[in-house]
Every structure is written in structure tokens, then in C-alpha cells.
Design a protein around this ligand. Structure first.
Ligand code: FES
Length: 113
């Protein structure tokens, strides 16, 4: 199944990348960006990001069932992916239209602290 049509990344590509990424010492959270960079690809339109997160999440589960990664690493990775997905979704739910130059997203972030 093609996950990213811009870069033609399949779920099998993601699985292969995950095996390599997660076998490294101090493996990073396999976010779509980490997986894409590992595959020497770069996101273009980013519309596949939610699908990529889901594919990564499912592949981590499958790799655990195949015995290719430990249950502990699988649980930790899936937990971190859920945090990542929650954080990535938060700004969209807080989207606000800015009406003047002084009311820019940067200014709003400064006012939050
Ligand atoms: S569909 Fe993946 S970057 Fe466009």
C-alpha cells in the first residue's frame, strides 16, 4: 500500500525503515519525519502525515508480533507516537485567524509565554 504518493513510500518501506531505526541504540521516536529521512525522502505536501503516523503505529505492532522488536520497545514507541500525534493535532484545534500584523502567530505565542 502506498502511504505517500508524493515520494512513493509504501507500508513495506516503512516497515523496513522501522526495523533499522528501532534496532539502533538510543533509537529516536519514529515520527514520519524520522522515517522519511531514513528513507532519504523528503515530505512535499505533508498530506500523508496522519496516514504515515497510523502506518508506523500499526507496523510497530506487527513487528512486535513477528518478534522483530521487543514488547517493551513496541509499547514505548507506540506511547511516544501517541504523544506525538496528540501534540501535532493540538495547534490545529487551536487555530485562530489573525486580523492584524501585530496579531501574528509569533506575537500570540510570545503573549502565552
Ligand atoms: S503525500 Fe506524502 S508528502 Fe505528499
Amino acid at each position: 500500500m502506498i502511504v505517500c504518493s508524493c515520494t512513493v513510500i509504501t507500508d513495506r518501506d516503512i516497515e523496513s525503515a522501522l526495523v533499522e531505526i528501532l534496532s539502533a541504540p538510543n533509537a529516536p521516536i519514529p515520527t514520519p519525519g524520522v522515517v522519511f529521512r531514513h528513507l532519504s525522502k523528503r515530505m512535499n505536501c505533508c498530506s500523508c502525515a496522519p496516514v504515515a503516523v497510523e502506518a508506523i503505529y500499526e507496523k510497530v505492532d506487527e513487528l512486535e508480533k513477528k518478534g522483530l522488536i521487543s514488547p517493551t520497545l513496541s509499547a514505548t514507541t507506540r506511547s511516544k507516537l501517541l504523544e506525538f500525534r496528540t501534540r501535532a493535532a493540538a495547534p490545529r484545534s487551536m487555530t485562530k485567524k489573525f486580523t492584524s500584523a501585530s496579531e501574528t502567530p509569533k506575537a500570540a505565542l510570545r503573549s502565552i509565554g
